[in-house]
Write a protein that binds this ligand. Sequence first.
Ligand code: BES
Ligand code: MN
Ligand code: ZN
Length: 498
Amino acid sequence: MQLSFAAPSLNSAGALVLGVQGGGTFTPLALDADKASGGALKRAVTASAKFTGKPGQVVEVLAPQGLKASRVLLVGMGTEFNAAAAEKLAASIVARLYTAGVEAITFAIDAPKGAKFKPGALAAHLAMGAKLRGYAFAHYRTKNRDEYETTIRSVTVCTRDAAAAKKLWAALDAVADGIYLARDLVNEPPNVLYPAEFARRAKALSKLGLKVEVLGEAEMKKLGMGSLLGVGQGSERESQLVVMRWNGARNKNEAPVAFVGKGVCFDSGGLSLKPGASMMGMKGDMGGAAAVTGAMRALAARKARVNAVGVIGLVENMPDGNAQRPDDVVTSMSGQTIEVLNTDAEGRLVLADALTYTQRKFKPKFVIDLATLTGAIMIALGNDHAGLFSNNDQLAARIAEAGKAAGEAVWRLPLGDGYDKLIKSKIADMKNIGGPYAGSIVAAQFLQRFVEKGQAWAHLDIAGVAWQDGEQKPLSPGWGVGWGVRVLNQLVADHYEK
Ligand code: BES
Ligand code: MN
Ligand code: ZN
């Protein structure tokens, strides 16, 4: 799908998309097109009794007379048309025309009169919506491809300020590419994307100027990462720790921001084996690592003025003769011992060592970990918010605000000693599970035991948002959502670039 910006014109073939504001007011370009069609567009809107210009409403006019377009789509813009609304609008059109046989789409949408929304920004966000919804993961389909594959080849966004649009688009496009990468990683089947293959794909990002280092099991053993290594020891596939660094700040010695991701390439549960139905989809248990990788790609591609480090712990949680047993005690890199009572509570074991490594090696400004950590977070928050936990109110507030702006909402949940008690072990420093209640908080409490003194830290439990089985999110067609790339990028852009 080719995206480009051009001066406003109603002269395009293919689908022409025009805006109608809330209350049914035609935008200037829509008025021009109506005139060219001899009033056919206004008649079509009048004939469609329910159309009032609300967001999401569309009237489609096929083969309009007086216009070159094969079809015109009049779309509702509502009354508060902003960046998020523009993205949703463009995405809904791409969704509607995805397999309709249309090859070219032209958006000719003006900003509503008096709107603060500048024409360049409007155009860039239309392009963003089109690109995000235009994603496809189709490598493994050999039959009936035209039923699923899009026919859309080009999307042109008309704008009175192409220079501003292109400039903004360069940054948004970098983020979109990061989201595409995260989606690809989540969507890949686990026989293809095992830890070493994930590491190879991360390594390939060196071409963007990221420094990528891969640690294997021998190196992690030397570092004392018994907690992470225990999870992978029942797998034929070697565990990996990938460290991605982007040094974009003017001061190369400034403390970096740090992101840590859970990368369980497949979570069978280990010897605490998951039932069959719960195991389906566990290829996506590396969604946190995918988000971190996608975010690092985005920062590098848009040359963000920040020092950032992304660390991902990649393992496969499998049950074989060498697998970790429930009752095992492992020693983490921090020196703390863990009684592993359930091998399916493995994400926290991976993150523990990845967190210690990140903090000790990089002394970051803050560390944020992302993980598809608990089924319980879906009981609490469903699929519309990620769970946020933090020891730092300012960092938590900044993440929440960035989440709102980026369309990736988070909801903060509490931490406290009363929950921490639940992971006391009879024989070790802690156990890896609590009781039946507050499963997501208990998991966060476990992670907090690996946060070093004075370190600002936040944890995002993304088990409910990393992939989607049912209803499609407006900007995401696929299974893997790529959740997290945008909020991390937004957080950096809002507060940590100089
Ligand atoms: N990867 C799962 C969490 C998960 C479940 C993510 C469903 C997405 C969808 C995690 O490793 C896990 O198995 N957690 C257990 C923890 C329990 C054993 C304390 C869970 O949530 O049941
Ligand atoms: Mn598990
Ligand atoms: Zn897991």
